[in-house]
Design a protein around this ligand. Structure first.
Ligand code: FAD
Ligand code: UDP
Length: 371
């Protein structure tokens, strides 16, 4: 065997694994089917501005070990995500906080008044059974109708009454005038973009780009003692228990001849009649990049949710009972594979944020070196 590990996919999970393996004196070969590293956190410098090519990525975590780990490979800026929601020509602050409540209900000024107004509207829901009921019980019917229903149904391609309640619990709900989208202690964007951070994590690891593991499934595993696989778990097993569902996205980017197009990095478009969910103005992620920020042009990306079919990019796992049952079968099968470990958002079929991904990869590595 030439290598200790064959890493399938050059995204954040395997970059983390590669950094730890290298430091422990283990050798790795990475294969990546795209023509670049970094998976979905890939950023590309276009005319001096770093573009998040697969959607806006803001690193945030409460885990000190994770934060210290990523800071070894990049200097992070102090970016705080404060997106706004746009509907019918009006803007509202996110996540749901006192600024949002006051804008929607002008007579609501104190936290107590906000809680009372929500309770009045939520009274109709006792034990939430789905996303609609969960949302109404958390923020009331007015906010659900304006800021949640349209966005969520576009994003997931199905009615809120058919979606798991948990999805909406990702968002903070606050009774303070604080527009920070995340509750975590640590937050930022790597200065210069994510691709440089991932490059540093891989270090001198050999990487073969434009190489699909599944098209070379017989030969590639012969090269290493173990395989760390971060592609879709159902494709690895040739869909033998059926297809898992994913949600896909389409991105359209335009260059505008102005310095500042929307005044904020992220606008959520919550109306059902607007076909995209978010517009991203990339330069706002790195205001310390003065040349990029002051340039007399800017890039804005529209993010359109899309149904997924084989061959499309699988961005989001769809967490429902059907998929959990199918995933469990694949997971049981995976446990029988002696030399293959399944990791990351696609290999573990989890709605992982970047910090979850890093933590999962650190844990995976710790399991490997366990005496
Ligand atoms: P990936 O990044 O998907 O990497 C897997 C790699 O494996 C890919 O490069 C793929 O091409 C490759 N691959 C797959 N199959 C094969 C094969 N057969 N052969 C070879 N290579 C293969 N998280 C946050 O914390 N904050 C955010 O703001 C945030 N925003 C997001 C926005 C969007 C639109 C999306 C989709 C995700 C967002 N995330 C965010 C989550 C974040 O993208 C993930 O946590 C992280 O990228 C997962 O890393 P990974 O290595 O598991 O997967
Ligand atoms: N959401 C919403 N309105 C918004 C933003 C989010 O209803 O303006 C809901 C939607 O259901 C979404 C979920 O909250 O899927 C989680 O939002 P988040 O911003 O975490 O989504 P992600 O960045 O993972 O796409």
């Amino acid at each position: 065997m030439k290598y200790d590990y064959l890493l399938v996919g050059a995204g954040l999970f395997n970059a983390t694994f590669a950094a730890l393996a290298r430091e422990a004196g283990k050798s790795c070969l990475a294969v990546e089917k795209r023509n670049h590293i970094a998976g979905n956190i890939y950023t590309e410098n276009v005319d001096g501005i770093n573009i998040h090519q697969y959607g806006a990525h803001i690193f945030h975590t409460d885990d000190k070990e994770c934060w210290d780990f990523v800071n070894r490979f990049a200097e992070f800026n102090r970016y705080t995500n404060s997106p706004v929601a746009l509907i019918n020509g009006k803007l509202f602050n996110l996540p749901f906080n006192m600024n949002t409540f006051h804008a929607i209900w002008p007579d609501v000024i104190t936290p107590e008044q906000a809680r009372k107004r929500i309770a009045e509207q939520a009274g109709e829901v006792k034990t939430p059974q789905n996303l609609e009921e969960q949302a109404i019980s958390l923020v009331g019917r007015d906010i659900y109708e304006l800021l949640i229903k349209g966005y969520t149904e576009k994003q997931w391609g199905r009615a809120c009454t058919e979606l798991a309640a948990d999805i909406i619990k990702r968002l903070p709900l606050r009774f303070t005038y604080d527009n920070n989208y995340f509750n975590d202690r640590f937050q930022g964007i790597p200065i210069g973009g994510y691709t440089g951070m991932i490059r540093k994590m891989f270090g001198d690891t050999e990487i073969r780009l434009s190489c699909d593991f599944l098209a070379n499934k017989n030969e590639l595993p012969q090269l290493a003692e173990k395989v760390i696989y971060t592609g879709t778990i159902d494709s690895y097993f040739d869909y033998c228990f059926g297809e898992l569902e994913y949600r896909s996205l389409r991105f359209e980017t335009d260059k505008y001849p102005c310095q500042n197009q929307q005044g904020v990095a992220v606008i959520n478009h919550t109306s059902a009649s607007v076909p995209y969910t978010r517009t991203i103005e990339h330069k706002h992620f790195e205001v310390e990049n003065k040349d990029g920020f002051n340039a007399p042009y800017t890039f804005v990306t529209r993010e359109y949710p899309a149904d997924w079919k084989r061959g499309d990019e699988p961005y989001y796992p769809v967490n429902n009972i059907r998929n959990s049952e199918i995933y469990q079968k694949y997971s049981d099968q995976a446990a029988k594979e002696k030399n293959v470990i399944f990791g990351g958002r696609l290999g573990m079929y989890r709605y992982f944020d970047m910090d979850d991904t890093v933590i999962a990869a650190i844990n995976c590595f710790k399991q490997q070196v366990k005496p």
